[in-house]
Design a protein around this ligand. Structure first.
Ligand code: SF4
Length: 320
């Protein structure tokens, strides 16, 4: 066999190849394979190209559901408390100021706790008729008294004057000549001045209660002795216990000494509050008889009486 073709033969071979390619294109087109016959496809079990869509493989089946693992037994948290509702903002009206919290005092001296205001306990209604009966009984006993030498020189005992209405009680020294004659305290000149003092305070003459340390007149209007005062003191204590004054005015040195058991001078004590038996306020001041001799002292006495009015919560007249 010859290994090299003649040019003519090469040309013939090329022509046969082109001819074969032209026939191929004529049969199958410029692309693809020639369609197989139905018999050929059936023999090869191939689907028809016109039914490709129908025979598309079914979509993959969804994966089987996961088998859920058994949840552990977790205790349920307690239900939450509902959050407090914020107050709706005030769009209208005045804003309320935010209250400032006082800063806690951790250091420094403690402030004293404010005193609780004393509860105003209304004074129970007093049976003044019964008190009057007791006073009359006491006055009758005083009238029979002979416990001290004064009983021998008296005309009569001098027990009281006035009423229990106001709670204000004046206590003097001893009856004078006029009082011994009338049986009532402070009815002479000194008593008339006391009446004017009482009127200046805004009271009627008989609205206040008036008595003395001793119930019998000392001779010649002398001062009662300590023994006479001590002998008569049980009557005074019982008398004041029945009267129950809210405030007392001690008129003169003898009255102050008898009520307060002190030898301090009236000049030093006047105008200063004291306590009788630790519970009844006492205002020492000058005796009206002293004012008759020393009118300049009226100013001090009036100041003391104004203090009494303030203590009683009453209005204080500014004149005098
Ligand atoms: Fe009695 Fe008093 Fe008169 Fe003396 S002053 S006799 S104690 S009532």
């Amino acid at each position: 066999m010859s290994s090299a073709l003649e040019p003519t033969e090469e040309l013939l071979e090329l022509t046969r190849s082109l001819h074969a390619y032209a026939e191929w294109v004529q049969v199958v087109g410029s692309h693809g394979l020639p369609e197989a016959s139905a018999e050929d496809r059936a023999a090869r079990d191939e689907p028809s190209p016109h039914t490709l869509e129908a025979v598309e493989p079914p979509p993959p089946a969804p994966p089987p559901p996961r088998e859920q693992s058994a949840a552990p037994d977790i205790p349920k948290p307690p239900p939450r408390a509902a959050a407090p509702k914020e107050p709706a903002p005030k769009e209208f009206g005045p804003r309320e100021p935010t209250p400032k919290e006082p800063a806690p005092k951790e250091f420094g001296p403690r402030e004293p706790a404010p005193k609780e205001p004393a509860s105003a306990q209304p004074e129970p209604a007093r049976d003044t008729a019964a008190l009057r009966v007791r006073l009359n009984d006491l006055a009758a006993r005083v009238a029979q008294c002979a416990a001290c030498p004064l009983h021998s020189t008296r005309t009569q005992t001098v027990f009281e004057r006035g009423t229990l209405d106001t709670g204000l009680c004046f206590v003097g020294e001893a009856p004078g000549e006029d009082e011994d004659a009338q049986g009532k305290p402070f009815v002479g000149k000194a008593g008339q001045l006391l009446d004017r003092m009482i009127a200046a305070m805004g009271f009627e003459r008989e609205q206040v209660y008036i008595c003395n340390i001793v119930k019998c007149r000392p001779p010649n209007n002398r001062k009662p002795t300590p023994e006479e005062m001590a002998a008569c003191m049980p009557f005074l204590l019982e008398q004041l216990e029945i009267v129950g004054p809210q405030v007392m005015v001690a008129l003169g040195a003898t009255a102050v000494r008898g009520l307060l058991d002190t030898r301090a001078s009236i000049t030093r004590l006047r105008g200063t509050w004291k306590l009788f038996q630790g519970k009844i306020a006492v205002m020492p001041t000058f005796h009206p008889a002293y004012l008759l001799r020393s009118p300049h002292a009226k100013r001090e006495v009036w100041a003391d009486l104004q203090a009494v009015l303030r203590h009683m919560g009453r209005s204080v007249p500014q004149q005098k």
